[in-house]
Design a protein around this ligand. Structure first.
Ligand code: SF4
Length: 91
């Protein structure tokens, strides 16, 4: 598969892939299905972050396109003040 168009100027070095001054690290397992994953000479990299693993270190990546369908379902935030007033009005 050819290298993604946006990574056309990427340069393979012995330390990894160098792109616009950043050393790119390959995507991690959690990135599977994300639209930002691009291919460079047979390996997969993120088009937004040079170190995808760090985006998943403290929870989900905030730029992941494959998680948006599940985000927010069943986790509606409750304003405690409004909830208190609602409860008080039901007496
Ligand atoms: S945007 Fe996040 S989930 Fe998507 S490829 Fe990059 S690091 Fe992975």
């Amino acid at each position: 598969m050819p290298t993604a168009e946006m990574f056309r100027n990427a340069e393979k070095t012995e330390n990894g892939v160098l792109f616009k001054g950043f050393l790119l690290e390959p995507v991690v397992e959690q990135c599977n299905g994300c639209d930002r994953v691009r291919e460079i000479e047979g390996e997969w990299y993120c088009s937004s972050y040079s170190k995808p693993a760090s985006k998943w270190r403290n929870g989900s990546c905030n730029f992941a396109t494959h998680l948006k369908a599940n985000q927010g379902k069943g986790k509606d935030k409750v304003n405690p003040i409004k909830a208190s007033k609602r409860a008080a009005g039901k007496k």
